[in-house]
Design a protein around this ligand. Structure first.
Ligand SMILES: *Cc1c(COP(=O)(O)O)cnc(C)c1O
Length: 373
């Protein structure tokens, strides 16, 4: 079975050494030594000023909204994983969508301003599949209207932007370290920011709002990262080059395989970035073609995924009904192909051959149907 992703597992021996450490200290969570070590290493590796590790990427978003005291409406993208929107609704915020750019698949900055009302407090864009949003444009709009910017950067681990770190844009960036992601801590996530005061406040928010033994300063929540998660993170970070290099090869293979095919469109990547090769989305001519390709792949034990489907403006629990035509159209036609470091040339040949063959047959069927009127 070839899945859309395969969790990177370090050697058991390596993980066990950390587990032995946890057993000898008896320190399992609450700002433990392994969590502190991972925080320091990630801070350096990612080139960011402040980082706080949390239990998952969704809680990182939830904490970010509270941290910046958001209320009312936030302008966000309809093309993302459901957690981007659900975390907002869960936090009492009203998501207001601005449609995406059909080529970059990120929020279209030209559509943000028309959505701003007196209730708007923030913009929450997503660096979709690790592609950078138009961060300068978004910053300009935010400044002009005095809005906060939170980037859901769940896909953007270690993406460089103009030799800078993409994670340093916005008031806060959030990461997910779920085991389906490029870098993982089993479950986990992080908040990243430049502002030192926000950092001090966030440390308390993730730990019940506690400021000291006898002092509760804020309304907080519990989303601390534990030592077993940190242990996994230390193991995986140690081998991150294997992960990134392997994925780059897979990425380049797919680009070569599909670049000449008119029925497949690849995501237009921001030319200022150095990618992390986290995903490989392909957009087909039609949903029908996508479904045929998926069926052909499934019948050969290959499982791509419809990331992201459906478009988030169709979520049943949204009170303010909105319709985003581009996001709906793309959602129906986009498929993420298997992407992980250990995919072999043979497996890639198999995947690309099935896709290209199905498309060529699809064309023939079309012609036949046309000829028969
Ligand atoms: C994975 C993901 C999340 C949620 O992260 P978890 O760690 O699974 O809670 C949020 N946003 C996006 C875009 C994601 O892909």
């Amino acid at each position: 079975m070839i899945n859309v992703t395969k969790t990177y597992l370090p050697s058991k021996e390596k993980f066990k050494n950390y587990v032995d450490e946890i057993y000898s200290t008896g320190w399992l969570t609450n700002n433990g030594p392994l969590k502190q070590r991972l925080e320091a290493k990630l801070k350096e590796y990612l080139g960011v000023k402040n980082i706080i590790l949390v239990s998952n990427g969704t809680s990182a978003l939830q904490v970010a909204y509270k941290l910046l005291d958001l209320s009312g409406e936030v302008i966000t993208t309809p093309f993302s994983f459901v957690a981007t929107t659900s975390s907002q609704v869960w936090g009492g915020l009203t998501p207001v969508f601005a449609d995406i750019d059909k080529d970059t698949l990120c929020i279209d900055p030209k559509k943000i301003e028309e959505k701003i009302t007196e209730k708007t407090t923030a913009i929450v864009p997503v660096h979709v599949f690790g592609n950078a949003c138009e961060v300068e444009e978004i910053e300009k709009i935010a400044k002009k209207h005095n809005l906060k910017v939170i980037y859901d950067a769940a896909h953007a681990f270690d993406v460089k932007y103009n030799d800078e770190k993409l994670l340093n844009y916005g008031d806060v960036s959030t990461l997910s370290f779920h085991c389906t992601k490029l870098f993982h801590t089993i479950e986990g996530g992080a908040l990243i920011f430049n502002d030192d005061d926000l950092y001090e406040k966030a440390k308390k928010l993730i730990n019940f709002g506690i400021a000291g033994p006898d002092n509760i300063e804020y309304l907080g929540i519990n989303c601390k990262m534990n030592e077993f998660q940190a242990a996994m993170g230390l193991c995986v970070l140690d081998e991150i080059d294997i992960i990134e290099n392997g994925r780059e090869k897979v990425y380049n293979y797919y680009v070569e395989a599909f670049k000449e095919n008119d029925s497949i469109t690849l995501q237009k990547i921001n030319e200022n970035i150095k990618s992390n090769y986290a995903y490989f989305p392909v957009v087909f001519e039609s949903e029908e073609m996508l479904l045929q390709v998926r069926e052909a792949l499934n019948s050969e034990q290959v499982s791509p995924r419809r990331y992201f489907y459906p478009s988030l403006d169709t979520l049943c629990y949204l009170k303010n009904k909105q319709y985003m035509p581009i996001s709906n159209d793309i959602s129906k036609r986009v498929l993420c192909l298997p992407m992980y470091d250990s995919l072999t040339k043979k497996e890639l040949d198999k995947i690309s051959n099935i896709i290209l063959e199905t498309i060529s047959l699809y064309d023939v069927d079309d012609e036949v149907a046309f000829a028969r009127g």
